[in-house]
Design a protein around this ligand. Structure first.
Ligand SMILES: [Zn+2]
Length: 398
């Protein structure tokens, strides 16, 4: 079988190739060559990472992916300031200044090749984390699981799982993700189990008998028959049934909340108030409220998470050799972004909160000083807690 190239089976860049700048856009390689020959590659440059707008006109986003950026730049003679991961930010400050989420400073030749991978690390992770946070918020405390890994290349499965977990989701689904993140991997059962076993009755009996004892039993109840029919088969076959999952195909769905209500009613009628109802299949923010009203206890969300729109961050030079400089359409000069510790209001160069008059503090943490670690990166749980705390702020519009 022909290999992709150079003996590799999969089209994924290695960590060494990313660190060596091999995934950069070639114009940076050529620019660096020209600057070296012109004796300008050591010019001291400050660049800011901003996005003027967010996808779908979202009013806020979750900053995610910085841990990888810090690892990418560590050991190169650059300094890095950024909002801590998990921070919620609007695209612009109240005064209309595009909000810088990170600042890089150092000789241009040290980081020119890393603009492309740096942006890729935060654009995608922040997009997924933001979507996850929006869905987590919409689910109003009910469990949300990520089912989206299968929609993207497996090479970035851990990145997707980290981002959804940062966004506040309750669990991820792959063994590798669980190992790398120290987060729980959960799952119910696939249709294939029902089909290979010969039907729901046989599948539920096998789950009852053979699924590891400590794994909660959640039966998938839409493979061959009506959801209500299969739910009743499941409660008969599995005495300690924890829940049922409805993954009703779109072609049969009709009124999905009405199906959920009916299943809830039948479960309650037969004394199974403790059996939870999970739904999956094309679930998105918009479909969640009606399903919550119908009594859904948990959601499996796939494509809308893993295929979340990226946050289109740009990295722009704002200062060269100590002097403000910027291209057309960008605000030159380094921004002193401040934030109110009480209500989260941002503004550039303001010491008193325009909302509540509290003293503002710098919005940034300095993570690298000339390539050396200046502040330790927060743990994953700290990042996730920050996201949840900040997205629960009452004032945050959706
Ligand atoms: Zn304030």
């Amino acid at each position: 079988m022909p290999k992709a190239a150079r003996g590799r089976d999969f089209y994924i860049a290695t960590a060494d190739e990313i660190r060596a700048g091999r995934t950069t856009d070639i114009y940076f390689v050529r620019t660096l060559d020209v600057l070296k020959k012109a004796g300008r590659d050591r010019a001291r440059v400050v660049a800011e990472v901003t996005t003027g707008t967010l996808p779908n006109a979202w009013p806020w986003a979750v900053f995610c992916g910085l841990q990888e950026v810090a690892h990418l730049l560590e050991g190169k003679a650059v300094s890095l300031w950024a909002l801590p991961e998990g921070t919620v930010f609007p695209p612009k400050t109240p005064r209309g200044i595009p909000l810088p989420v990170a600042i890089v400073e150092g000789p241009y030749g040290e980081w020119a090749l890393f603009e492309t991978p740096l942006l890729g690390m935060i654009c995608q992770a922040s997009g997924i984390a933001t979507k996850a946070a929006r869905i987590h918020k919409a689910a109003n405390g009910r469990q949300v699981l990520s089912f989206g890994v299968r929609r993207m290349h497996p090479g970035i499965a851990p990145l997707i799982e980290r981002s959804v977990y940062v966004g506040g989701l309750d669990a991820i689904t792959t063994p590798l993700g669980a190992e790398l993140l120290g987060a729980p991997a959960v799952g119910t059962m696939p249709h294939s189990l029902v089909i290979v076993m010969g039907g729901p009755r046989e599948a539920f009996a096998a789950v009852h008998k053979y699924l590891e004892a400590n794994i909660p039993r959640i039966a998938l109840v839409d493979t061959y028959y009506d959801e209500k029919t299969e739910t009743l088969l499941a409660v008969e076959a599995i005495p300690d049934l924890a829940g049922v999952r409805l993954d009703t195909p779109a072609s049969r769905r009709g009124n999905f909340p009405a199906i959920v209500r009916e299943v809830r009613w039948e479960l309650d009628l037969r004394g199974h108030k403790d059996v939870k109802i999970f739904v999956s299949g094309s679930i998105d923010e918009k479909s969640i409220p009606a399903l919550l009203d119908a009594g859904v206890d948990g959601f499996g969300v796939g494509t809308s998470l893993s295929n979340a729109p990226t946050i289109d961050f740009a990295m722009d030079i704002v200062e060269v050799d100590g002097k403000p400089a910027a291209k057309r359409g960008k605000f030159g000069g380094r921004k002193d972004l401040q934030r109110c510790p009480k209500d989260g209001t941002y503004e550039v160069g303001v010491r008193t909160c325009p909302q509540c008059n509290s003293n503002m503090v710098s919005a940034y943490t300095k993570y690298l000083d000339a390539g050396r670690v200046a502040s330790p990166l927060p743990s994953l749980e700290e990042v996730r807690d920050r996201t949840i705390r900040e997205t629960q702020r009452a004032a945050l519009e959706s």
